[in-house]
Structures are given as structure tokens and as C-alpha cells.
Design a binder for this molecule. Sequence first.
Ligand code: ADP
Ligand code: MG
Length: 699
Amino acid sequence: MNLETPLVYVKGVGPQRAAMLETKGLVTVADLLHYPPFRYEDRSNLKSIDKLAPGEMATVLVEVRATKLPVLKNKRVGLFEATLGDAGRMPLIGRWFNGGYLAKVLAEGMRLAVFGKVEFDTYRGELLMKNPEFEILSEDDEDGDTTLHTGRVVPIYEAAQRVSPKMMRVLMRRVLDSIPPIDDMLPQSLRDQLKLPDRWTAIQGIHFPNEESDIRLLNAFRSPAHVRMILEEFFWLECGLALKRHKAREVIGIQFALNEQVREKIKAMLPFKPTGAQKRVLGEIARDMAAPQPMSRLLQGDVGSGKTLVAAEAAIIAIENGYQVAVLAPTEILASQHFAYFKNLFNKLGYQCVMLSGSFKPKEKDAIRRLIASGLIHVAIGTHALLEDDVQFHKLGLAIVDEQHRFGVMQRLRLMEKGQKPDVLVMTATPIPRTLALTVYGDLDTSVIDELPPGRRPIITTHVASPRIEEVWSFLQGEVEAGRQAYVVYPVIEESETQAMKAAEQMYLMLSQTVFPQFQVGLLHGKLAQSDKEAVMAAFKQGTTQILVSTTVIEVGVDVPNATVMVIEQAERFGLAQLHQLRGRVGRGGNQSYCLLVTEKLSETGKERIRTMVESNDGFYIAEMDLRLRGPGEFFGTKQSGLPALRFGNILRDSELLEIARNEANAFIDHPPSETALRQAVAYLREHWQRRYGLVLVG
Ligand code: ADP
Ligand code: MG
């Protein structure tokens, strides 16, 4: 048996359990060994019942003598009691509250290890444990040695369907006993410097900590074994990212010229004076574009910070050098808005822009594709349709991806492949907390627009419980009468745009007919045909409609500076990032803007989210809170997003270890201790990186 052996061949597994283990991604012996317990229990205090002292935490090996479901005034109260005994005469009572289900689990004659706090029931004169943890010990040898489960610090694993924590423990022991010690691939220099245990010791220490181990360190994932495995995982991850960056530096792409002509054109295009942050960021982008290596830059900026303007400036650099520009947007609405924005800015420069979307008629699409391929078009703006194989550019020099978090890494690559090593600029308004950015976008350079255009006033956010909705409407009326515009947004309920559409439709009818018959109300949702969507948006943009009732299709990017009120219905259903994005649709002009969060039923985290929104307008702070409330997996949503699959490390909990690993990895790749060490590391990464982290190792 070795690390690659499939778990099916491990004694006691077989096809059925193998399938269950696979649901947790456990296929090989190596996978199993990289499956750490989620907590540890100190069962080292193993005693017989007659030696138990009230107040202590102890583990006892017992047999079930009797069970009962006590009744109180003829009513079951969900209590379950078992009389437990061992070789001595004294019984121990196990009492479980809400333990009704145990009647089907525990039966007379079963052998158990129970673990808990010992109490003495003075009234009944009995020793007692309340809600003790327990494990059923089977008669056959499937459990292995009972010393695995008691008399020590015991690892508790997450079960894989019917493979119990106890079974995991047995398999872990079996595997560790049957494979040769694992080689340590972590560079010796690093191990010495950080005083890390070797890999074999660490793996053993994670699964079966020795007697000296500190239970608190174990449970905090900070035992030497844990620190070692976490650092190792982060180290290789960061090495892979560092190599990617190195590789990228060797690629020769386009060296755009930054001449007077480019400067003139940019000046001619600019509708207003760029902010200091916009200038700085453009400088960073221009430097990248002028360099021989292709640019891979992430442009972060809170909603409304003016990223699109910077993107337009970058586009001018490419176009004046004779190249085409692609702009990829996640939704049709955003694409058509960018299309309008770019057309408006570029008209006076004589640039040709087109838009391509999946919903266009085949003939239309054909014609647009031909234009793009001919090179007559300077800027092609579109949704996913832009990524299809039949879209070919004459000479693509710059690929811009807006709202990057909506796309996967593969989609970014697809777009890049449409040109000869084009420069890439990805933009996001969902600020990525630094630690996450290091892993998810670790292969990108980052620019941040940390300043809003002048004259913006912080949006005032208020929470309104739904019974007070009338106050919302009268406030809205005041704003519209003062010449402003408003959004009323509905959440997508259970992923169904159809239901959200119905809710929005109803609200639309009510607002347009009953509440505000004197105003023009528009309705926007995902099910409308593209031309209808455009018409609705155009009417709102021109101010013909004053109130826009919408589903979340307006979430990203929509820009109507005269809109000053954002009403979010059932705000408790939205995540923080989404609320912040929606709020960012107002406050885009000089007028004071408002966000009204209407809620129906609030959970604890719901309250927390609303409080965060009312308190803060800072996208970075909100993103950090969001990450904390939801965890990194959900924060990003899709697997594709490029979040590494980590076994030991946790980006939130271990951010300081991630920083260490990143520094060490960069130092190692930049100045390897020896050629051999580097070669070995690269070979190791080739073999493991992709599979281990689920990330793409390009090249
Ligand atoms: P985002 O970063 O959310 O994509 P946009 O690029 O849509 O932001 O810009 C938000 C609004 O601010 C737009 O109406 C845009 O025209 C305007 N804007 C951008 N830069 C400036 C600036 N330097 N001065 C004034 N207004 C600006
Ligand atoms: Mg934008």
C-alpha cells in the first residue's frame, strides 16, 4: 500500500464505503491522510465507574444494561435514559435531553465508550452524565483496538455519509500502519528556518496526537503538526502562483506605444477631470501595456468609483496602436450599458463599437461577428456570447473583463486566446479582502481606485420594517417630486427569476396604479426580451420613467446619476455583497442619495447584515464582514471562481500563516537554495498542484 492506493483496496472499505468516502473527495490513501479531524476530544482520563469523581471529565467503557424514555404526567418529554455498567457494582446513568431518537440507537447489551462530565444526583443517589458523547463499540474486530477510541486524545472526523467518525479513525490507523513513511518534499531550508516537524511526524500528529499534545492547540489548529501542514499547503499554493507570475513575465506580448497621439486622444475623450486615484491607476495600467509582457491586472474599486472611465482610457491606448478591444460583461443589461457608455465616449474619436449578446437573432450575430473579424470594429462589447468559438478578432490587443467575480478563470483564458497574447484588465466592484486576493487572484497584479469622484455624498441607509412601508412611499414621493428618480428592487426567491418577476410585476401594478398613479413607473426583469429591457432602461435613463421596479438584474453596473433612492424589498434575503452592489446604483451624482432596506423577518445574521449596511458605506469593510458571516466558500459561490480547495488551511483563520507562506514561496522561487531544489519543487507542483488545489496551472 502506498499514497496512491485507492481506498477501495484498504481493508474494511470495499465499493460501498469507497463511494461514501468519495462524496468527501476521498479517493486515495493520500486523500484520506489529508482529511484532518475537525476537533479533538480529550478522552485520556479513562476510568472505571467506581473511580469516577463528580465534576471531572472522564471516559468510561460500559455496557448498556437498560434504557427508558421517562414520561412526565403521561407525556413523553424527549428524555432518554440509559443505565450503564461495567465490571464494578456501581451503575452510571446516561441522560440525554431531546434524546428520543436514541431509543432506536442504543439497546441493551451494547458496548459503549461514553465521555462527559460526571455529576452526582444527590436526590437519587446516582452517578450521572448529562448528554455525554458516546461511541458504540462493536463486537467484531472492525473497531480495531479500543485504545484508538479511548484513553487518549481522540480525533473527531466529519462523517462521510455512513462512514462514521469512529470508522474514519480505524481506517486512518490502518492506513498509517500499512504505508511506508511519507517523504518530505518541503525544502529543508524552510523546515529548518520555521522549525517545522517533518511531514510524516506531522501527519501522525494530526490524526493521533501523542500524550504531550496540548488539546487547546490541537482544537485551534495550532499544534506544531497543524502549523506544518497548513504552511505546507499554503507554500505550494503560493509557489504555483509565483511560478505562474514568473512564466507570465517571460511571455512576450504586445508593447504598446504611449505617444503624444495617445495622450491627445485620451484628453479629447475625457468628459471630466479624472480623480487622483483614477490617474494613478491609469499610470499603472499604461506602464503594463507599454511593457513587453502581457498585462494581467486586477482593477478593484468600490461601486461608483469610476472604473469604466479608466477602462476606456486603456482601450484608447490599444486602439491607437492599431489593436482591437474586447469588453466582457456578465449580464446583457450591463453589456448594453457599457456599449452605450463607450459609444458615447468614442464617437468623437471615430472609433467603431459593437455589442454582441446571446439573445440576438442569428443573422444579426453573424453580421456582427463578420465585422469583428474584419477588423473594422475597434471595440466589441458583449456577454458570454463573446467567448464562443465562432467569434474571431482581427487583432485583439486588450481584453477587459468587468465584474470579474462573475466569471471563472477558464472564461478569462478563453477570451485571451482570441488574440496573440493580449493584455488583460479585469475589474471588480466586489472588493476582495486581501488574504483572499492573494490566493484567488494571486497571479494578477492589483490596482485599487480608493477615491470616489468629487461631490459624492455618502449614501444614507435606513432600515424599515415592512409594516412601515407607507413611510417609504411618502419619502419616495418627496424625492420624485423634487425631480429625482428611484429604484424598487425585489430579490430572486429560491433562485427563480420567474417568482421574482411575479413579485416585481405585482409591485409594479400596485405602485403604478394605486400608490403613484401620478408618476411613470417602469418594470424590468430578466424575462423581458432584450429590446424591451433596453427600452425600459433607456426610458429610465432619460428620466421618462421616474420609478423603476426591478428584480436584481440591475445589480451590477447600472448607472443613472439622477437616481437617488434605492428601496430594497425583503432585504433580509440578500447577501451583503449584493446589498452593497444594489446600493451602489444610487449616489452616482451630486445629490444626497438614500437606501431603504425593507425587511419582513430577520434572523440573527440577517440583523447583522442590515446593521453592517446601515453603519458603513465602505465596500472593503462590507466585504470583510461578508466573508466572516458566510465563509470563503460561499463568499465566492462557484468552484470555478478560482478559490483553492484547501484541506488544512483556512484563509480566514490562518491568514497570518498564508502571509508567511507567500513570502517564503516568493523567496524560494526567486532565489532557490539550489537548482536541484527548484527542479524538484517544480516537478512536485506539476504532479500535485492542479489536483490538490483545483486550480489551473497554465503552461
Ligand atoms: P464603477 O466603478 O462602479 O464601474 P462607473 O465607471 O460606472 O463606476 O462610474 C460611476 C459614475 O461616475 C459614472 O456616471 C461616471 O461617468 C462617473 N465618473 C467617473 N469618473 C468620474 C470623475 N473623475 N469625475 C466625475 N464623475 C466621474
Ligand atoms: Mg462598473
